[in-house]
Design a protein around this ligand. Sequence first.
Ligand SMILES: C[S@@+](CC[C@H](N)C(=O)[O-])C[C@H]1O[C@@H](n2cnc3c(N)ncnc32)[C@H](O)[C@@H]1O
Length: 426
Amino acid sequence: MPSRPWRITCKTDIVAACAQWGGPVGIEDCGASREAAAYVDARYSRPPWAKGSIGRADAAFLFDLIMRERPRALAEIGVASGVSTVFLATLLADRLRESRLYSVDKLSVFYDDPSRPVGAYIGETFGEAPSNLTLGAGVTSTDIRLWPSRPERFDFVFLDANHMHPWPCLDLLSILDLIEPGAWIALHDIRLPLRQANSQAFGPLYLFESWPGERRSAAHGDADIGAIRLYEQPSRNAAALIECCRIPWQSHIPFSEWRSALDALSHTNFEVREELRAVVAQPPLARTSNRAFWEITIRGPNPWSRIPHDLGSAPLILHANRRGEPAISVSVRRLRRSECSGIVFPGFKRSPDAPGPLQVELSLVANGARISHRVITLDGPEANFAFLRAPEETSGTFDLDIGVSLIDQAEKISGAWVKFEPLQFV
Ligand SMILES: C[S@@+](CC[C@H](N)C(=O)[O-])C[C@H]1O[C@@H](n2cnc3c(N)ncnc32)[C@H](O)[C@@H]1O
């Protein structure tokens, strides 16, 4: 996966990045507009029985994105109680009268309370389904291409379905040829496993964080939502999604489920389709590492660092080493390739008080040679993501080295630290 050279927070930077790297790269962290906040106050609602739905801050993010893009045919994948469906249908009825919402859920009942039909809150709110909504109860993302009620093309997608990686990639690949190039895809729960330790569903996080193109995420309230923008070239979208599918899977998805995705790719180039076929024919499955055999070695003095006993369940804080001190801060030794095919760094951030840009260096080393290596510059406070793969031919064990350094030697080094969310040994 190509390293992202910088993080971007404003539009002009995105334009500059496009010019230099030949494609949109970047992220905008968005606060909600006043108009969004006022609209949500007036129109968002959620009944007490509706579990697992979008909250007010998520709704405000959707309001701003939808009002900016003004889509005509919106797909919603994942209805459940119907809270987000009610919000979106209300928004379209109030502000975008020509637009239509197509909402699907693989179940015909609400997953948390099977005595209620899927989208029960729609009936509770409107009496009968509003005229701008087509509801597909019992329609799975992989069925949408064959769903007779679908429009020819969608120009916006809200994806909030199965969060186990790589389901979000499959959901999108299955309808890729039905989505307008350049459309935005909103993803709910992009930080779920970082917010809730007992919820280890990394699909939206991996997809959002590994997306090499334009992105936005909500930076207000308790929002947990972001959006990625499709490229204009379909093969680029497919390639980015397939790249994400190379991160070891949290749940096995049988080959038969990928038929619609392979069909959707039949219009892009042949190599991309064959690449997907190769990945899903022999999926990289996440493994459970036997942590008893690891050994953590602290190389630098790092008096301010915080190194937990188990890097997989608690955050790691590494202070930058000074000139003359070891370049590697922490090593995890004797990871067995048979149990661990790589390491995901789901989120690491520079301290807000850092005196200057910091550099994070991540390496996998086997028999004294580097088998995978990434250098990432942190020059802003945004979360970063990385995945390092130990190639299949790696035999026996390998080590993980993590180093944090200051790019410019600063007089004052207080605040020169990076916080890593629990690493995933997959
Ligand atoms: C988190 S809930 C959706 C919440 C809803 N968007 C809201 O905010 O009110 C996820 C829903 O996705 C549905 N789902 C899971 N996998 C799916 C798939 N592959 N296709 C369609 N729906 C799916 C589940 O049945 C569940 O109802």
